[in-house]
Design a protein around this ligand. Structure first.
Ligand SMILES: *Cc1c(COP(=O)(O)O)cnc(C)c1O
Length: 334
């Protein structure tokens, strides 16, 4: 299992590699919420996403003599693992499905990671990375179902609670649940009364479907603006599913239009570039899907690794077409 002590230890392990990121109070979102609303800027990590925390902590726990690592990824975990592996002088073999956007692929190659593009889903990528681990003697690092990854992501919860000790509600972007599990564990160990709510897109939200079913289930993967939230949780999930089941108070789903609007709002109101997956907490607030919170709220801007050609269309109010996803452009209006 994972404990507060593991998360505190992870903080010391990752210090100096993963950043302690700023926490920004958004005036615009605070007005919308009627409460102070904070954004934890994981967009400022060296790889542009929080995944560096878990990756660095996981690599630090590999047995002496490990020659290389492999993982499946929707992009940001692979980038974190490749970055941490390069620092540790190890090879990194990153398995991804054809759904992963080009920008995320190129970023991994640019820091020396080797790519393996397989299949049409994160589950296909997972099978390939497990095969490579077996056949080539590499250590497999799950993006979310690994205790050291969960402890690494949990350090975000420590930092938020230290900055805002009276936080009443945390909104956590939710995919495989490593982030939500670690953050909820840390936050509730410090303040048991805090509410932690996971937020996913409404198309292909595997953890939400699994929590409803009471066991891990597979879902069809869809193209989404929140591409980093795609993919299953693994049918043999050991850790992130039970932890999310135990610690999450609720899960809220947002639409692609709501994600698009939140990306525009963060850009025009707060001058922030954030990828779709990272704005789902703000989207849930702006779309009125949260029950009125009684105290400060924080969400995590988990990453900024968005295709800039797509991003400029979104903020420019132009139509956006991604695979079978077609979104009508509209100029931003608060
Ligand atoms: C991975 C990721 C998430 C979700 O994290 P999980 O631990 O899989 O739930 C959210 N946002 C971004 C930008 C990510 O890369």
């Amino acid at each position: 299992m994972v404990t507060l002590a593991n998360i505190l230890a992870a903080r010391a392990t990752i210090a100096g590699i993963a950043e302690k990121t700023p926490l920004l109070q958004s005036d615009f979102l605070s007005k919308a919420a009627g409460q102070p609303f904070y954004l934890k800027l994981e967009t400022m990590q060296p790889i542009g996403a929080f995944k560096l925390r878990g990756a660095v902590n996981a690599l630090a726990h590999l047995p002496e003599g490990t020659r290389g690592v492999t993982c499946c990824s929707t992009g940001n975990h692979g980038r974190g693992v490749a970055y941490a592996a390069r620092r540790a002088g190890m090879q990194a073999l990153i398995c991804m499905s054809a759904l992963v956007p080009d920008t995320k692929r190129q970023a991994i190659q640019a820091i020396g990671g080797t790519l393996r593009i397989v299949g049409q889903s994160q589950d296909d990528a997972l099978r390939e990375s497990q095969r490579l681990a077996q056949e080539e003697g590499l250590a497999e690092i799950s993006p979310f179902d690994n205790p050291h990854v969960i402890a690494g992501q949990g350090t975000i919860g420590l930092e938020i609670l230290e900055a805002v000790p009276d936080a009443a509600l945390l909104l956590v972007p939710l995919s495989g649940g490593g982030l939500a599990a670690g953050v909820a564990l840390a936050a509730k160990a410090i303040n048991p009364a805090i509410r932690v709510v996971g937020i996913s897109m409404d198309r292909g939200a595997a953890m939400h479907a699994s929590l409803q079913a009471g066991h891990p289930v597979e879902v069809t993967e869809h193209v989404s603006l929140a591409d980093s939230l795609g993919g299953g949780i693994g049918l043999s999930n050991q850790l992130s599913f039970p932890l999310c089941r135990k610690w999450l108070d609720d899960v809220v789903l947002v639409t692609e239009e709501e994600i698009l609007h939140a990306m525009q709002a963060l850009y025009f109101e707060d001058g922030l570039v954030a990828e779709g997956a990272s704005v789902v907490g703000s989207a849930a607030l702006l779309s009125g899907k949260l029950s009125a919170p009684k105290g400060p709220i924080a969400t995590i801007l988990t990453g900024r690794n968005v295709d800039m050609a797509v991003f400029t269309r979104i903020v420019g109010g132009q139509d956006v077409v991604l695979g079978d996803l077609k979104l009508r452009g509209r100029a931003y209006a608060a």
